[in-house]
Design a protein around this ligand. Structure first.
Ligand code: GUN
Length: 283
């Protein structure tokens, strides 16, 4: 078993981003909107802000009250869409219950949509011409590629069908010519599907769902789970039992999580460079 070390790969990525920013004529700017006071979201948003500071990006956190109206939230997005110093906009999910999430995500200018959640960016990914790609799925691809893990012709199983991780993950693996299966909460034969998989990406949010008996010897196991139990972070994979059977496995924490953040920075840099190219002043 070898560890797919997201923490160190993310640090490498950040170092090269920092280098690129220093040579750029503008400072990439990221705005993060957060509505309400979800405890986990606060931690994630804080990490995004710190990451921006580490690589020299401008960052702006927009904290809004939990009872904010749809109109007021849309207005905030519009203001950020218009700002030339903001190249990336991220609306932290989940949003309060009164908010129409789809409408908010569709209000973000596609060229600033560093989460890749706008239907235009989802459509580009669907068509096989990705522009801005959801950060977690992108981070997993970077991890796999960092070790030249073969995907072509491999059986890949994505557990989870969310727009945030599962669906984009499946499309990216498909683009690398894997044979992709998507399993979800209504899949009756999960263990059987897992046993056939060369690559498993677990992204359901169920602690220790994937156990050793479900994993083929030599499989690559990617754990996207971020489950909190008794104050401890725990993935969707039972790391202790699965690790000895896997060829590669991501730990939680220190696997996919740090890669999500560095890919957000990567997307923000991409959006900033694109805006420069469009204004014809890239220097
Ligand atoms: N909440 C949980 N994961 C994510 C993510 O990747 N992006 C946003 N915006 N919110 C999230």
């Amino acid at each position: 078993m070898a560890l797919l070390d997201g923490k160190s790969l993310a640090a490498e990525l950040e170092a090269s981003l920092k280098n690129e920013v220093e040579r750029l004529s503008i400072r990439p700017g990221l705005a993060v909107i957060m509505a309400g006071d979800d405890a986990a979201s606060k931690i994630y948003v804080g990490r995004k802000e710190q990451a921006c500071q580490r690589v020299g990006f401008y960052s702006e956190m927009v904290y809004l009250p939990a009872d904010i109206s749809q109109e007021a939230l849309l207005e905030q997005v519009q203001v950020l869409n218009q700002r030339s110093d903001i190249h990336g906009i991220l609306v932290q999910l989940p949003l309060p219950a009164q908010i129409d999430v789809t409408q908010v995500l569709e209000a973000v200018a596609p060229e600033k949509d560093v989460d890749g959640f706008h239907p235009i960016n989802a459509g580009h990914l669907f068509n096989g011409t990705p522009h801005l790609v959801p950060c977690t799925a992108l981070g997993v691809m970077h991890l796999l590629k960092s070790q030249q893990i073969p995907m072509l012709g491999k059986q890949a199983l994505v557990i989870g069908r969310s727009n945030i991780v599962g669906k984009p993950m499946a499309l990216l693996l498909l683009q690398e010519h894997a044979t992709v299966t998507i399993a979800h909460s209504r899949t009756p034969n999960l263990a059987e599907l897992c046993l056939q998989a060369d690559i498993i990406v677990a992204a359901v949010g169920k602690a220790k769902l994937v156990t050793a008996e479900m994993v083929k010897p030599g499989a690559v196991v990617i754990d996207v789970g971020m489950n909190r139990s008794e104050g401890k972070l725990c993935g969707d994979v039972d790391f202790e039992s699965v690790a000895p059977k896997a060829s590669w496995i991501t730990p939680v924490p220190g696997g996919v999580g740090p890669m999500t953040i560095s890919c957000l920075l990567l997307n923000t840099l991409q959006a900033a460079c694109q805006s420069l190219a469009l204004s014809g002043t890239r220097g």
